[in-house]
Design a binder for this molecule. Structure first.
Ligand code: G3D
Ligand code: MG
Length: 223
C-alpha cells in the first residue's frame, strides 16, 4: 500500500474511538466507511478496523484507519496496546445519555495516562452522537463546549443514523492532523447529505412531454 502520487506517498492515520458502550462508536465507523447504518446491535468483540481512503489539499493519498474497540477491550488491561500509536482519539458520547457524557472525564484521563509515553500525543476530539434525537437530548451544547474548552478538545456533533456531520468530522480530524484548514467549499462538500428519489412516472402521466422515458427510476444520493 505504498502507492505514491503527485503529492507524495500514502499517509495513514490511526484514529481510535473511545467511549461508553451504546454511545454509537460502531455505527459512526460503519456510517463513515460504508455509508450504512446497521440497526441491529452487535456488541463488538475485540477490535474492528474500518479503512477509508480520502483526500485533502496537499494529501491526495490519505487513509484513515478507524479502530473500533469492544467494551471488553476498553475496560480490559490491554487497552494501552490498542491505543498506542493513535494519531487521534475520538471521545464519543450519546447526547441522550448523560452518563455517557459524564464518563468521558474518566475515559480522557485514562487514555491520556496510557499515552504519556507516546512521543507525539494524539489529538482528542469530543464527538456528540445521536443528534437526530434532539427531542431526547439531555446534554446541551453549552456543556459540550465547556468540557471541550476545559480539556483542549476538538468538537463535533454527528448522527450516525442520518449521517449528519460524520464525514465532515473525519475530514476535519484529518485536516487538523495535517495542520491545514478546510475551505468553506470542502466543508460544504463533506457536510452535505442529500437524498432525492427519482419518481417513476407512467407514460400517461406525462402527456405533454413525449420525450420523457417512461420507466426511469432510481435513487440519487449526494454525499
Ligand atoms: P457502540 O459501538 O458505542 O457500543 P453502537 O454503539 O454503534 O452499537 O450503537 C448503539 C445503539 O445506538 C444502537 O441501537 C444503534 O443503532 C444506536 N445508534 C447509534 N448511533 C445512532 C444515532 O446517531 N442515532 C440514533 N438514533 N441511534 C444511534 P440498538 O437499538 O441497535 O441498540
Ligand atoms: Mg461497538
Amino acid at each position: 500500500m505504498s502507492e505514491s502520487d503527485d503529492e507524495g506517498v500514502e499517509k495513514q492515520f490511526k484514529i481510535v474511538l473511545i467511549g461508553d458502550t451504546q454511545s454509537g462508536k460502531t455505527s459512526i465507523c460503519q456510517r463513515y466507511a460504508s455509508n450504512q447504518f446497521t440497526k441491529n446491535y452487535h456488541p463488538t468483540t475485540g477490535v474492528d478496523f474500518y479503512l477509508k481512503r480520502t483526500t485533502l489539499p496537499g494529501s491526495k493519498n490519505l487513509v484513515l484507519k478507524l479502530w473500533d474497540l469492544s467494551g471488553q477491550v476498553l475496560t480490559g488491561r490491554m487497552l494501552d496496546k490498542y491505543v498506542f500509536g493513535a494519531h487521534a482519539i475520538m471521545l464519543v458520547y450519546d447526547v441522550t445519555n448523560s452518563q455517557s457524557f459524564d464518563n468521558l472525564q474518566d475515559w480522557l484521563e485514562q487514555t491520556r495516562k496510557l499515552l504519556l509515553q507516546q512521543e507525539k500525543p494524539p489529538s482528542y476530539a469530543l464527538v456528540a452522537n445521536k443528534i437526530d434525537l434532539e427531542h431526547l437530548r439531555t446534554i446541551k451544547s453549552d456543556r459540550h463546549h465547556k468540557f471541550a474548552q476545559e480539556h483542549g478538545l476538538l468538537t463535533y456533533a454527528v448522527s450516525a443514523k442520518t449521517g449528519e456531520g460524520v464525514s465532515l468530522c473525519m475530514q476535519k480530524i484529518a485536516a487538523d492532523l495535517l495542520g491545514i484548514r478546510l475551505t468553506k467549499q470542502e466543508q460544504e462538500q463533506h457536510g452535505a447529505v442529500m437524498k432525492a428519489e427519482i419518481v417513476k412516472y407512467s407514460q400517461d402521466a406525462l402527456p405533454r412531454n413525449p420525450q420523457a422515458n417512461a420507466n426511469t427510476s432510481g435513487v440519487c444520493s449526494v454525499m
